[in-house]
Write a new protein. Structure first.
Length: 291
């Protein structure tokens, strides 16, 4: 897979998303944002910022050929909680009810950007962002899509979250690797994931050993991944990075790895319970764009 563009976003929970809209789409998207839940709003704004940075991204594929894959550890849980409170108060909110599915952001992205290809939501805990990339790779490799929009998104403060989340999103625009280097930001050479009940270091070791060419590559990971997977990582060059928690962390770390031009780098995350791990191998050219 080739990365053609990306954008990432972290917002304070009380901050209006409309402030982060690029000038070109602010007038069109300000009103829809008012009715969306936070999960959908973050997804739409991240994609708007990515497309504003490079308007040529959509030129290679029509709407029917663009797939959307969303990764989120908690999905719409915050919205579900808010809706249930309104139900207990005797006034169930029709607006909130419309967003009580983890696939809701895919619907909004399809509507706002007229993308009518396959849609899929991945909710596999903290590894969901990287697992969404693996699903995008499959859609592109099997020619079910000519381009793929991948979004990882989390909303702050769902009651049942074991970690402190932020309102954050990362959006990537991906195509197949067809040998054209002029417009790419990087190439994702392989993606792998593994499950090993309760033993995060074992799962991480498995996925890293499955990535061809990753043995001598620096690994981009956050402190949680280093802690859980210390046994698997102790002989490797680690690039510890600060990243928002949840599914966003994987794609956030990927954007950090893109800054190191030329040599391949690995990006790895372990889920919060230490049951599963996911990793990818990425190579970046010398020129980097993104917001």
């Amino acid at each position: 897979m080739v990365i053609r563009g990306f954008a990432r976003l972290v917002v304070a929970p009380t901050e209006p998303l409309s402030t982060y809209l690029p000038d070109g789409s602010a007038a069109e998207l300000r009103a829809p944002l008012l009715r969306m839940d936070r999960l959908c709003g973050l997804s739409v704004v991240a994609v708007a910022r990515m497309l504003a940075e490079d308007s040529s991204l959509r030129s290679g594929a029509i709407g029917d050929e663009v797939a959307i894959v969303l990764g989120s550890a908690h999905g719409c849980h915050k919205t579900d909680e808010e809706y249930y409170r309104s139900y207990l108060q005797g006034q169930p909110s029709p607006r909130l009810f419309a967003y009580t599915l983890p696939s809701s952001p895919i619907g909004e992205l399809s509507i706002q950007y007229r993308l009518r290809g396959p849609g899929l939501t991945v909710t596999m805990g903290r590894t969901s962002g990287l697992c969404a990339l693996a699903e995008a790779d499959l859609l592109l490799a099997t020619h079910q899509a000519e381009a793929c929009l991948v979004v990882a998104v989390e909303v702050a403060q769902p009651v049942l979250s074991p970690v402190l989340l932020q309102d954050a999103a990362v959006a990537l625009w991906l195509t197949r690797d067809e040998g054209t280097r002029s417009s790419e930001l990087g190439t994702i050479e392989s993606v792998s994931d593994s499950f090993c009940a309760g033993r995060g270091s074992v799962a991480l070791g498995r996925v890293l050993s499955s990535l061809h060419g990753a043995s001598d590559s620096p690994i981009y990971c956050d402190e949680e991944t280093v802690r859980i997977g210390a046994a698997a990582l102790e002989h490797r060059t680690l690039q510890r990075q600060s990243a928002p928690a949840g599914a966003v962390s994987g794609l956030w770390l990927l954007t950090e790895a893109l800054h190191d031009a030329g040599e391949p780098s690995a990006v790895a995350v372990v889920d919060d319970a230490g049951h599963a791990a996911a990793a990818l191998l990425v190579r970046s050219p010398s020129v980097l764009r993104g917001v």
